[in-house]
Design a protein around this ligand. Structure first.
Ligand code: PLP
Length: 371
């Protein structure tokens, strides 16, 4: 699905030099590289504060802790996302409220959010799925009207942009009260292990979060709040700082590959191509819908032909044992997600895809679907 070796070969000298700096100065924890990367990412995103941490799951959890959400508070998020989003809500003993998504961009559905808001609702967590922003204009309006926090799960959309209805352009993850991202190796900006970060424009929240990531300390050995130990290590920061200047080039390579996939598959009746809203989609995944009922057979066929593919996600979160809640959920509230889990297939998507690979993948799909 990804070609991390091909990408590394291309940037080896820069990445190795950056890692070597850390090895030479031995500042492995919270060293200068972490600070440099933080500053460079703040400038890239146009956000006041980036707080690096250990992974994207921690980033979400710490964001919720920083906002002071309390057990019993209801947090609305999408039924169609990776489990990390809902996991941290449950871990903090908040009440997850899963809602349906849109059939086109796969992002959280605004009417479903409206229906789910109660006096106990405290936050909305839009997930910018597969590299494309959710409808942030509508989400921010709803949040304002109901006095809710917005926590953007930006694990899959770093570098994506969003054009708001007043024409202003924002980077994904910088529009809500707080954004959380992951630097997992296969992400659009990935390190060589685990990594994550929290973004906010709110000075007080940034201060609170900086303490939470470091055992709740604002002054050495004074633990004012319950915190965690969640650090981006200096070697990972060195990798990320070397790769950040290439993020836009990487995202453009993904967009170009997506266009080529589109071109090859656009006339196939059974295929629904990825929808792009008017904003910048950075194609963390290139995800098709297969309408002919043979998605699983296609997955098998591709695998038999040595072509990797993924089904993100095969089970709606409201049907996962850990998050099922028969009293709260009604199957009729999840018409779209229940259908998507049967139809979606994600094709190989990375910065090193070449025309020959795309032609091979698409012709294998077309031959199968036309059989
Ligand atoms: C939507 C979403 N949220 C959160 C995460 C968690 O990130 P991490 O794996 O860095 O903990 C991921 C990563 O896979 C993700 O895709």
């Amino acid at each position: 699905m990804v070609d991390l070796k091909g990408q590394y070969n291309d940037i080896k000298t820069t990445v190795n030099a950056s890692i070597e700096e850390v090895l030479e100065n031995t500042a492995y924890i919270n060293g200068p590289k972490v600070h440099e990367f933080q500053k460079n990412l703040e400038a890239y995103l146009g956000v006041k504060h980036v707080i690096p941490c250990a992974n994207g799951t921690d980033a979400l959890q710490i964001a919720m802790m920083g906002l002071g959400l309390k057990p019993g508070d209801e947090v609305i998020t999408a039924d169609f996302t990776f489990a990390a989003t809902v996991e941290v809500i449950a871990l903090l003993q908040l009440t997850p409220v899963l809602v349906d998504v849109n059939p086109d961009d796969f992002n959280i559905n605004i009417d479903a959010i409206k229906k789910a808001i109660t006096p106990k609702t405290k936050a909305i967590v839009p997930v910018h799925l597969f590299g494309q922003c959710a409808n942030m204009d509508a989400i921010m309006e709803l949040a304002k009207a109901h006095n809710l926090y917005v926590i953007e799960d930006n694990a899959q959309a770093i570098g994506a942009s969003y054009k708001s209805k007043n024409g202003q352009i924002f980077k994904a993850g910088t529009m809500g009260d707080v954004g959380a991202t992951s630097f997992f190796p296969s992400k659009n900006l990935g390190c060589y292990g685990d990594g994550g970060a929290i973004f906010t424009n709110n000075d007080d929240l940034a201060h609170t979060i900086r303490g939470i990531v470091n055992h709740g300390m604002y002054e050495r050995y004074h633990h004012d709040v319950v915190g965690v130990n969640s650090r981006l290590d200096s070697i990972q920061a060195a990798v990320l700082d070397a790769k950040l200047p290439k993020l836009d080039v990487y995202n453009k390579a993904r967009q170009d590959a997506a266009k080529k996939y589109d071109e090859a598959l656009k006339n196939i009746d059974a295929v629904v191509l990825p929808f792009r809203n008017q904003h910048g989609h950075v194609f963390h995944q290139y995800t098709l819908r297969i309408k002919s009922g043979n998605r699983d057979a296609l997955v098998k066929h591709l695998n038999n032909n040595g072509i990797p593919c993924g089904v993100y996600y095969p089970i709606p979160l409201h049907k996962q044992k850990a998050y099922a809640d028969e009293k709260r959920y009604n199957e009729t509230d999840f018409i779209v997600t229940n259908q998507l889990v049967q139809e979606v297939i994600s094709l190989p998507m990375h910065t090193e895809l070449d025309d020959e690979q795309i032609a091979h993948i698409t012709s294998t799909i077309i031959n199968f679907l036309n059989e």
